[in-house]
Design a protein around this ligand. Structure first.
Ligand SMILES: [Zn+2]
Length: 80
């Protein structure tokens, strides 16, 4: 009952762990694995950093609609 996850098991779950999408038992297993596995912990930190970056990287607000630039006046002097 108290078997530790292997890296192969924990690895794919780390992203969901960071997102808070793991259910209780799985969450605890991953957390326990991270506590004892520096390798996966660094992956966890990377995932955290990505999550933080993603949270800040909101899509740019749509550019305000601007009426088309005023047409440059034609210069009568240049014709012909
Ligand atoms: Zn590991």
């Amino acid at each position: 009952m108290d078997t530790l996850m292997t890296c192969d098991e924990a690895g794919p779950r780390i992203a969901r762990f960071v997102d808070g999408q793991l259910v209780d038992a799985e969450y605890r297993s991953v957390r326990k694995h991270l506590a004892g596995c520096p390798l996966c912990r660094s992956g966890f930190y990377r995932a955290m950093a990505r999550g933080i970056l993603a949270a800040h990287a909101r899509p740019a607000p749509p550019a305000p609609k601007r009426s088309p630039e005023v047409k440059s006046p034609t210069c009568p002097g240049l014709t012909g």
